[in-house]
Design a protein. Structure first.
Length: 280
Protein backbone atom coordinates (compact mmCIF):
# COMPACT_ATOMS: atom_id res chain seq x y z
CA UNK A 1 0.00 0.00 0.00
CA UNK A 2 1.31 3.40 -0.99
CA UNK A 3 1.68 5.92 1.83
CA UNK A 4 -0.61 8.81 0.85
CA UNK A 5 1.63 11.25 2.68
CA UNK A 6 4.75 10.17 0.75
CA UNK A 7 5.39 13.09 -1.58
CA UNK A 8 7.93 10.94 -3.49
CA UNK A 9 5.18 8.59 -4.71
CA UNK A 10 4.46 8.24 -8.44
CA UNK A 11 2.42 11.36 -9.40
CA UNK A 12 0.37 9.29 -11.85
CA UNK A 13 -0.80 7.01 -9.08
CA UNK A 14 -1.55 10.02 -6.86
CA UNK A 15 -3.63 11.54 -9.69
CA UNK A 16 -5.59 8.31 -10.16
CA UNK A 17 -6.26 8.11 -6.40
CA UNK A 18 -7.36 11.75 -6.40
CA UNK A 19 -9.82 11.06 -9.26
CA UNK A 20 -11.26 8.07 -7.40
CA UNK A 21 -11.65 10.11 -4.21
CA UNK A 22 -13.47 12.79 -6.26
CA UNK A 23 -15.94 10.25 -7.66
CA UNK A 24 -14.42 9.98 -11.15
CA UNK A 25 -14.73 6.23 -11.63
CA UNK A 26 -15.83 5.89 -15.27
CA UNK A 27 -14.00 6.51 -18.57
CA UNK A 28 -16.04 8.23 -21.29
CA UNK A 29 -13.51 8.12 -24.13
CA UNK A 30 -9.87 7.34 -24.87
CA UNK A 31 -9.11 10.94 -25.88
CA UNK A 32 -10.16 14.21 -24.20
CA UNK A 33 -12.54 16.52 -26.06
CA UNK A 34 -12.86 20.29 -25.79
CA UNK A 35 -16.65 20.59 -25.66
CA UNK A 36 -16.46 24.39 -25.66
CA UNK A 37 -14.90 24.49 -29.16
CA UNK A 38 -17.36 22.08 -30.76
CA UNK A 39 -19.72 23.59 -33.31
CA UNK A 40 -23.30 23.92 -32.09
CA UNK A 41 -25.84 21.59 -33.74
CA UNK A 42 -27.59 23.07 -36.76
CA UNK A 43 -31.24 23.85 -36.37
CA UNK A 44 -33.63 22.22 -38.82
CA UNK A 45 -36.94 23.71 -39.85
CA UNK A 46 -39.97 21.49 -39.50
CA UNK A 47 -42.03 21.04 -42.67
CA UNK A 48 -45.21 20.35 -40.78
CA UNK A 49 -47.56 23.12 -39.79
CA UNK A 50 -47.60 24.18 -36.21
CA UNK A 51 -50.65 22.86 -34.47
CA UNK A 52 -52.11 25.26 -32.01
CA UNK A 53 -53.26 23.56 -28.88
CA UNK A 54 -56.47 24.65 -27.28
CA UNK A 55 -56.02 26.30 -23.91
CA UNK A 56 -56.57 24.04 -20.96
CA UNK A 57 -58.75 25.11 -18.08
CA UNK A 58 -56.77 26.59 -15.25
CA UNK A 59 -56.15 24.19 -12.42
CA UNK A 60 -55.74 24.98 -8.78
CA UNK A 61 -52.12 25.52 -7.78
CA UNK A 62 -50.62 22.69 -5.78
CA UNK A 63 -48.34 23.70 -2.95
CA UNK A 64 -45.04 21.83 -2.97
CA UNK A 65 -43.98 20.22 0.30
CA UNK A 66 -41.13 21.82 2.20
CA UNK A 67 -37.94 19.84 1.73
CA UNK A 68 -35.16 19.23 4.20
CA UNK A 69 -32.70 21.08 1.98
CA UNK A 70 -34.15 24.42 3.07
CA UNK A 71 -35.01 24.11 6.77
CA UNK A 72 -36.63 27.02 8.50
CA UNK A 73 -35.36 28.08 11.90
CA UNK A 74 -37.51 29.11 14.80
CA UNK A 75 -38.29 32.79 15.11
CA UNK A 76 -35.59 35.02 16.51
CA UNK A 77 -32.74 37.20 15.33
CA UNK A 78 -29.25 35.90 14.65
CA UNK A 79 -27.88 37.74 17.70
CA UNK A 80 -30.51 36.10 19.88
CA UNK A 81 -29.46 32.65 18.68
CA UNK A 82 -25.82 33.41 19.45
CA UNK A 83 -26.81 34.48 22.97
CA UNK A 84 -28.85 31.30 23.42
CA UNK A 85 -25.89 29.25 22.16
CA UNK A 86 -23.65 30.87 24.77
CA UNK A 87 -26.14 30.03 27.51
CA UNK A 88 -26.58 26.41 26.41
CA UNK A 89 -22.83 25.86 25.99
CA UNK A 90 -21.92 27.39 29.35
CA UNK A 91 -24.44 25.16 31.13
CA UNK A 92 -22.73 21.96 29.90
CA UNK A 93 -20.37 20.47 32.49
CA UNK A 94 -19.27 17.49 30.37
CA UNK A 95 -18.87 16.54 26.73
CA UNK A 96 -21.95 14.32 26.88
CA UNK A 97 -24.02 17.24 28.18
CA UNK A 98 -22.58 19.47 25.47
CA UNK A 99 -23.51 16.92 22.81
CA UNK A 100 -27.07 16.82 24.14
CA UNK A 101 -27.20 20.62 24.12
CA UNK A 102 -26.14 20.67 20.47
CA UNK A 103 -28.65 18.00 19.51
CA UNK A 104 -31.49 19.95 21.13
CA UNK A 105 -30.42 23.40 19.95
CA UNK A 106 -32.76 24.81 17.29
CA UNK A 107 -30.62 27.72 16.12
CA UNK A 108 -28.58 25.70 13.59
CA UNK A 109 -30.26 24.53 10.39
CA UNK A 110 -27.36 22.23 9.52
CA UNK A 111 -28.52 19.54 11.93
CA UNK A 112 -31.74 19.07 9.93
CA UNK A 113 -29.92 18.08 6.76
CA UNK A 114 -26.89 16.26 8.18
CA UNK A 115 -26.81 12.59 9.12
CA UNK A 116 -24.29 12.66 11.97
CA UNK A 117 -23.17 15.03 14.73
CA UNK A 118 -19.39 14.79 14.94
CA UNK A 119 -17.53 16.01 18.02
CA UNK A 120 -15.06 14.67 20.58
CA UNK A 121 -16.13 11.83 22.86
CA UNK A 122 -15.93 11.76 26.63
CA UNK A 123 -12.20 10.93 26.71
CA UNK A 124 -10.26 13.81 28.27
CA UNK A 125 -6.80 14.81 27.14
CA UNK A 126 -4.06 16.95 28.60
CA UNK A 127 -2.10 17.01 25.38
CA UNK A 128 -3.01 17.53 21.73
CA UNK A 129 -6.42 18.21 20.18
CA UNK A 130 -6.82 17.93 16.41
CA UNK A 131 -9.52 20.29 15.18
CA UNK A 132 -10.96 19.42 11.79
CA UNK A 133 -12.64 21.97 9.56
CA UNK A 134 -15.78 20.27 8.21
CA UNK A 135 -16.87 16.62 8.17
CA UNK A 136 -16.12 14.75 4.95
CA UNK A 137 -18.74 12.56 3.26
CA UNK A 138 -17.11 9.43 4.73
CA UNK A 139 -17.31 10.97 8.20
CA UNK A 140 -21.02 11.63 7.87
CA UNK A 141 -21.76 8.14 6.57
CA UNK A 142 -19.73 6.37 9.26
CA UNK A 143 -20.44 8.76 12.13
CA UNK A 144 -16.71 8.82 12.90
CA UNK A 145 -14.30 11.76 12.70
CA UNK A 146 -11.53 11.42 10.08
CA UNK A 147 -12.71 8.16 8.54
CA UNK A 148 -12.22 6.73 5.05
CA UNK A 149 -9.18 7.68 2.99
CA UNK A 150 -8.75 10.96 4.86
CA UNK A 151 -8.54 9.00 8.10
CA UNK A 152 -5.90 6.67 6.65
CA UNK A 153 -3.85 9.67 5.58
CA UNK A 154 -4.24 11.30 9.00
CA UNK A 155 -2.93 8.14 10.68
CA UNK A 156 0.09 8.22 8.37
CA UNK A 157 0.70 11.89 9.11
CA UNK A 158 0.55 11.30 12.86
CA UNK A 159 2.72 8.20 12.61
CA UNK A 160 5.37 10.20 10.76
CA UNK A 161 5.93 12.27 13.94
CA UNK A 162 5.47 9.43 16.40
CA UNK A 163 1.81 10.01 17.31
CA UNK A 164 -1.43 8.04 17.02
CA UNK A 165 -5.06 9.10 17.20
CA UNK A 166 -5.62 6.95 20.29
CA UNK A 167 -3.39 9.28 22.34
CA UNK A 168 -5.18 12.52 21.44
CA UNK A 169 -8.62 14.03 20.90
CA UNK A 170 -10.30 14.56 17.53
CA UNK A 171 -13.13 16.99 16.91
CA UNK A 172 -14.65 19.26 14.25
CA UNK A 173 -15.09 23.03 14.19
CA UNK A 174 -18.44 22.49 12.44
CA UNK A 175 -20.04 19.32 13.82
CA UNK A 176 -22.49 18.81 10.94
CA UNK A 177 -21.63 18.46 7.26
CA UNK A 178 -23.23 21.33 5.29
CA UNK A 179 -25.51 20.21 2.43
CA UNK A 180 -23.67 19.87 -0.86
CA UNK A 181 -20.41 20.25 1.05
CA UNK A 182 -20.83 24.02 0.88
CA UNK A 183 -18.88 26.37 3.11
CA UNK A 184 -20.58 27.28 6.39
CA UNK A 185 -22.10 30.74 6.56
CA UNK A 186 -20.80 33.48 8.83
CA UNK A 187 -23.94 33.19 10.95
CA UNK A 188 -23.53 29.42 11.31
CA UNK A 189 -19.94 29.84 12.47
CA UNK A 190 -20.91 32.57 14.93
CA UNK A 191 -23.68 30.44 16.44
CA UNK A 192 -21.46 27.35 16.71
CA UNK A 193 -18.51 29.22 18.25
CA UNK A 194 -19.74 29.05 21.89
CA UNK A 195 -20.17 25.28 21.59
CA UNK A 196 -16.69 24.83 20.12
CA UNK A 197 -15.05 26.99 22.80
CA UNK A 198 -16.82 25.09 25.56
CA UNK A 199 -15.83 21.77 24.02
CA UNK A 200 -12.16 22.77 23.98
CA UNK A 201 -12.40 24.02 27.57
CA UNK A 202 -13.66 20.58 28.59
CA UNK A 203 -10.90 18.83 26.62
CA UNK A 204 -8.18 20.98 28.25
CA UNK A 205 -5.56 20.75 25.47
CA UNK A 206 -1.99 21.96 25.70
CA UNK A 207 -1.78 22.36 21.92
CA UNK A 208 -4.31 22.47 19.09
CA UNK A 209 -3.65 21.42 15.49
CA UNK A 210 -6.33 23.08 13.37
CA UNK A 211 -7.06 21.89 9.83
CA UNK A 212 -8.58 24.55 7.58
CA UNK A 213 -9.82 28.03 8.41
CA UNK A 214 -13.10 27.52 10.29
CA UNK A 215 -11.39 26.93 13.63
CA UNK A 216 -9.10 29.93 13.20
CA UNK A 217 -12.08 32.14 12.38
CA UNK A 218 -14.21 30.87 15.26
CA UNK A 219 -11.78 30.76 18.21
CA UNK A 220 -8.87 32.95 17.09
CA UNK A 221 -10.84 35.58 15.12
CA UNK A 222 -8.63 35.27 12.05
CA UNK A 223 -10.16 35.59 8.59
CA UNK A 224 -7.17 35.00 6.30
CA UNK A 225 -7.05 32.19 3.74
CA UNK A 226 -5.52 28.83 4.57
CA UNK A 227 -2.52 29.66 2.38
CA UNK A 228 -1.73 32.63 4.62
CA UNK A 229 -2.60 30.98 7.93
CA UNK A 230 -0.90 27.62 7.55
CA UNK A 231 2.34 27.24 9.46
CA UNK A 232 1.36 29.95 11.97
CA UNK A 233 0.94 29.56 15.71
CA UNK A 234 -2.14 31.42 16.96
CA UNK A 235 -3.07 32.22 20.56
CA UNK A 236 -6.47 30.82 21.55
CA UNK A 237 -8.04 32.02 24.85
CA UNK A 238 -9.75 29.12 26.63
CA UNK A 239 -11.09 30.20 29.99
CA UNK A 240 -8.13 31.55 31.96
CA UNK A 241 -5.55 29.88 29.69
CA UNK A 242 -3.98 30.78 26.35
CA UNK A 243 -3.50 27.68 24.20
CA UNK A 244 -1.20 27.70 21.12
CA UNK A 245 -2.91 26.55 17.91
CA UNK A 246 -1.09 25.59 14.69
CA UNK A 247 -3.01 25.92 11.41
CA UNK A 248 -2.32 23.49 8.58
CA UNK A 249 -3.85 21.59 5.66
CA UNK A 250 -6.22 18.76 6.56
CA UNK A 251 -5.95 15.25 5.11
CA UNK A 252 -9.04 15.71 2.94
CA UNK A 253 -7.51 18.84 1.42
CA UNK A 254 -4.21 17.03 0.82
CA UNK A 255 -5.97 14.21 -1.02
CA UNK A 256 -7.43 16.80 -3.38
CA UNK A 257 -4.18 18.81 -3.59
CA UNK A 258 -1.29 16.34 -3.14
CA UNK A 259 1.31 18.91 -4.21
CA UNK A 260 0.77 20.71 -0.89
CA UNK A 261 1.87 17.74 1.21
CA UNK A 262 5.35 19.24 1.43
CA UNK A 263 3.94 22.24 3.32
CA UNK A 264 1.89 20.01 5.60
CA UNK A 265 5.05 18.06 6.43
CA UNK A 266 6.76 21.30 7.48
CA UNK A 267 3.82 22.06 9.74
CA UNK A 268 3.97 18.59 11.29
CA UNK A 269 7.63 19.10 12.13
CA UNK A 270 6.74 22.41 13.82
CA UNK A 271 4.12 20.56 15.84
CA UNK A 272 6.57 17.85 16.85
CA UNK A 273 9.12 20.43 18.01
CA UNK A 274 6.50 22.27 20.08
CA UNK A 275 5.27 19.03 21.65
CA UNK A 276 8.84 18.17 22.63
CA UNK A 277 9.24 21.44 24.54
CA UNK A 278 5.89 20.97 26.33
CA UNK A 279 6.60 17.38 27.36
CA UNK A 280 10.12 18.24 28.54
Amino acid sequence: MVNEFDHDADPREILIRWHLASGVDALLDEMPHDRFNEAPPTETLSTTKEIKSSPRPASKPVSSPRTASAPILASGSSDEWVQKAEQHAAAASSLSELRAALENFEGIALKRTARSLLMADEANTDGLVILGDLPEADDERSGEIFSGRAGVLLDQMLGAIGLSREALALTMAVPWRPPGNRAPTTQELATLTPFLKRQLELLRPKLILSFGTSGAQMIAERSETILKLRGQWLDVPLGEKIVPMLVSFGPGHLLRHPAQKQFAWRDLKLLRERLTTIDA
